[in-house]
Design a protein around this ligand. Structure first.
Ligand code: TYC
Length: 102
């Protein structure tokens, strides 16, 4: 035995897995009392939608019970939910906005 263990001295590189951050769906829920125009205004103001886009999404929520209005990082999604809930409360509308991991 000459003591040579066959190690060529080549460093093996481990693969670095780059993980995308989790994304969160922000959803608007239907109710019987919040005025349609108020919901349209919320979508324009906080989600940067055009009036036509906002009207379409509002109608989807009205007909289906809820709709995803955007997908964001955790921090941005939380901010949107807070903005919508605060604005609805200030105007005394029962509108509900929630977030859910994708
Ligand atoms: N259903 C409400 C009405 O008839 C309108 C509405 C739409 C309320 C969407 C909430 O997220 C909502 N006035």
């Amino acid at each position: 035995d000459d003591g040579d263990d066959g190690d060529l001295g080549v460093a093996l590189q481990t693969r670095t897995r780059t993980k995308r951050p989790p994304m969160y769906k922000v959803m608007l829920l239907n109710d019987d009392y919040t005025p349609m125009e108020f919901v349209v205004h919320i979508l324009e103001r906080f989600f940067g939608m055009t009036h036509a886009e906002s009207f379409e999404i509002m109608l989807t929520v009205h007909k289906k019970g809820l709709a995803v209005v955007g997908v964001f990082s955790h921090e941005i999604a939380e901010t949107k939910v807070t903005q919508v809930m605060d604005f609805a409360r200030r105007h005394q509308h029962p509108l509900q906005c929630t977030m859910e991991k994708e």
